[in-house]
Design a protein around this ligand. Structure first.
Ligand SMILES: *[C@@H]1O[C@H](CO)[C@@H](O)[C@H](O)[C@H]1NC(C)=O
Length: 457
């Protein structure tokens, strides 16, 4: 509906039709999550060399591991550090504790190490629900500590939220946070993020939705390349990528909570995709249905290559917007840098296969973090397999080529941090897989009657 209106308005104004070929734009930086839940990873100094060799300019860690922070010094690599969930209760209760933590784990390294965010906790409302009430008070005290130390302009406070916090995600325009955290937690959090010029950080795994409901979530939709498209019947917006639909559900949840004219408006409060990725192998552990434990056909090298290249190339081509927020800037952190052999619930769990690199620092499949120096579409034509080629064709047909390389230098500092997740606790990917299963139903495309193709041209 809204789309038809746009057509009328733009055609009436004799705007170039080319506009309709670029439904999304927006700048961002693409980085990686450097997790260390493994016993066979290279030392931090070697890891930093690997980042540099591969043109990776932004990294998020799950702690404030001194060796990692020292190795990242004087590299220009932007770093997000994380206050682990285990510190939240103290940080919430005691401003002095938060100040001491920031002194030791942030100020001690800055500015040699370009820390630009502190993630306070990780997926707290999902993985540590008992700490949910400590989250915003802890963020507030960490923010105050940064201000007291004169760091609040350079370093932002945020907290990665699991997508399971978005209770209603289809249609995207109906996006809502879970009732029990919307008013008491999300609202003051969004206020704090807006007041401090920070970002709303969200972890989203289209893989999880597809894996849980392959019958209703087409693989191509999860890979960002579903040609028919899925229509939001309320807005008329068309989604070719589940990631876009999930991001828009998040934006709408923010707006539906804060009011469309409030803090959540485009340009005021940005989102950062602090985790997304796709496994190149392994099995999904399904505690309730052990018999199905070997079924994760979508976890393959080809699909991981297609999805992560889709993410990287969207950011590099200046295409981080969504149908609802076409101009939204957004940073993206791919999960993860390495395959981590101590993650998950058992041997060969998919969680151990999210890496871009094997522990021996060999790439699991081809990818390139360097901005293209020539036309990205020309440079990538013919690259990869059929699946990847289809994704490239779609992206190039939708304006990726016209944007050229993004200009990371031209934008303000960006998002997030993190640290080692204790292996005994459910980790980010588990969250996504086990909880997003519940979200997946609502993320499903609408009934076939509304799943018609809409011609963007
Ligand atoms: C999630 O959304 C459904 C449907 O609107 C609603 O009935 C339910 O109460 C919500 N649950 C929570 C925890 O928000």
């Amino acid at each position: 509906m809204a789309l038809s209106l746009l057509h009328v308005v733009f055609l009436g104004a004799a705007m170039p039709l080319l506009l309709f070929c670029t439904p999304a734009a927006g700048a961002g930086v693409v980085g990686v999550n450097y997790g260390r839940v493994a016993n066979n990873l290279p030392d931090p100094a070697s890891v930093v060399q690997l980042l540099k060799q591969n043109g990776i300019t932004m990294v998020k860690i799950f702690d404030a591991f001194p060796q990692s922070l020292r190795a990242l010094a004087n590299t220009g690599i932007k770093v997000t550090v994380m206050m682990p969930n285990g510190n939240l209760a103290d940080a919430a209760r005691d401003p002095g504790y938060a100040l001491g933590w920031v002194r030791r784990n942030v100020k001690a390294y800055y500015p040699d190490t370009q820390i630009h965010d502190v993630a306070v906790g990780n997926e707290v409302s999902y993985s540590s629900p008992d700490l949910t009430w400590s989250l915003v008070p802890a963020m507030t005290n960490v923010q105050k500590a940064l201000a007291d130390l004169g760091l609040a302009d350079a370093i932002k406070v945020t907290t990665p939220v699991a997508f399971s916090a978005v209770n209603v995600s289809f249609p995207p325009s109906a996006g809502r946070f879970l009732d029990d955290i919307a008013q008491p937690v999300m609202r003051p959090m969004l206020d704090l993020l807006q007041r401090t010029g920070s970002y709303f950080s969200i972890n989203i795994y289209p893989f999880a939705a597809h894996d849980a409901h392959p019958d209703v979530i087409p693989l191509d939709y999860a890979l960002g390349n579903y040609t028919p498209g899925v229509v939001d019947p309320v807005t008329g917006l068309v989604y070719h990528s589940l990631l876009d639909a999930q991001l828009d559900a998040t934006y709408f949840a923010m707006e539906n909570l804060m009011g469309a004219g409030g803090a959540a408006r485009d340009g005021i409060l940005r989102a950062s995709l602090t985790e997304s990725g796709w496994p190149s192998g392994g099995r999904v552990a399904r505690p309730q249905a052990v018999a199905e434990a070997d079924g994760a056909p979508a976890a393959s090298v080809a699909n991981a290559q297609a999805y992560n290249n889709y993410l990287i190339n969207r950011v590099l081509s200046g295409n981080t917007g969504t149908p609802h927020r076409p101009d939204a800037d957004m940073d993206v952190y791919i999960f993860a840098l390495f395959n981590e052999n101590q993650k998950g619930l058992g041997p060969d769990d998919v969680e151990q296969h999210f890496g871009l690199f094997y522990p021996n620092m060999q790439k699991v499949y081809p990818f390139d973090f360097n901005p293209p120096t020539e036309s990205w579409c020309v440079a990538n034509a013919g690259a990869g397999g059929a699946r990847l080629k289809a994704g490239l064709d779609y992206a190039c047909g939708h304006g990726a080529d016209r944007r050229g390389p993004s200009n990371p230098a031209g934008r303000a500092s960006s998002p997030t941090p993190w640290s080692r997740t204790p292996r005994t606790r459910s980790t980010a990917t588990t969250c996504a897989i086990t909880r997003q299963a519940g979200c997946a139903t609502s993320a499903a495309p609408p009934p076939s009657s509304t799943r018609h193709q809409v011609n963007l041209h």
